[in-house]
Design a protein around this ligand. Structure first.
Ligand code: DHB
Ligand code: MG
Length: 225
């Protein structure tokens, strides 16, 4: 009987392949005691491909952790692109900067230290961002989605991580603040006219979770001219 871990290993080996810089980043951040809640390699590759498919040049990430997903975004935008990533914990930001430098992508990445609520309002001159990845404290999902729309443009891709949380998102009576945040994020994506969205359940190395993908639309729902 095969498990989803077997499938994850097979897909990672065949489609992501060897990634010495990414693996060194993970070794460094896990060694420093950061929790192993970074995106799975297959998910990082999904974000990387989405960035390239969108032709994104400017990426905004909320929630750097140790910079693993950041490395994949930086690779996707290339040497002339730009990634701004926000991290609330200064020690995490230091680890991320070292990981980004080791991966050879520090030239195009800016790690901003602070709470999203404080840093996001300072980024108006850095945008518009072509893709926004929200992967921070789940309680603030609505705030981050609002800023994603404000700092984006019509057509900006918005990705929200951890929207399924082992299925708990379907429980309207949940008392878990992270699940409540995931629910509010999904409800906002479904009701706020600035977004057109869907979400996919995922089963990877980290277990059963999911990712919402949205596009910023205009007043009549269009994402292109
Ligand atoms: C948690 C946060 C994440 O971003 C994630 O991918 C998995 C778990 C958490 O805080 O529990
Ligand atoms: Mg996450």
């Amino acid at each position: 009987m095969r498990t989803h871990e077997d499938v994850d290993a097979f897909l990672t080996e065949t489609l992501v392949g060897p990634d010495p810089e990414g693996e060194a980043a993970l070794a460094a951040q896990h060694g420093a005691g950061l929790p192993a809640i970074e995106v799975a390699a297959v998910n990082a590759k999904f974000l990387h491909l989405l960035t390239r498919i969108a032709g994104a040049r400017r990426v905004l990430e909320v929630g750097t952790l140790g910079g693993y997903s950041t490395i994949w975004f930086a690779r996707a935008v290339g040497p002339s692109g730009r990634v701004v990533t926000i991290e609330a914990e200064p020690a995490n930001a230091d680890i991320a900067r070292a990981n980004l430098a080791r991966a050879g992508v520090a030239d195009r990445v800016e790690v901003r230290v602070g709470r999203g609520a404080d840093v996001l309002p300072t980024l108006a001159d850095e945008g518009p961002f072509d893709l926004v990845f929200i992967d921070a404290d789940k309680e603030s999902n609505e705030l981050y989605l609002d800023w994603a729309a404000r700092l984006g443009r019509i057509g900006t891709v918005v990705v929200l991580d951890n929207v399924v949380r082992g299925g708990e998102v379907a429980d309207a009576d949940t008392t878990d603040p992270k699940v409540q945040g995931a629910r509010r994020g999904i409800l906002m994506l479904g009701s706020d006219p600035r977004f057109d969205a869907t979400a996919l359940q995922t089963l990877d190395r980290k277990g059963w979770d999911g990712v919402a993908v949205a596009i910023v639309v205009d007043a009549v729902g269009r994402s292109t001219d």
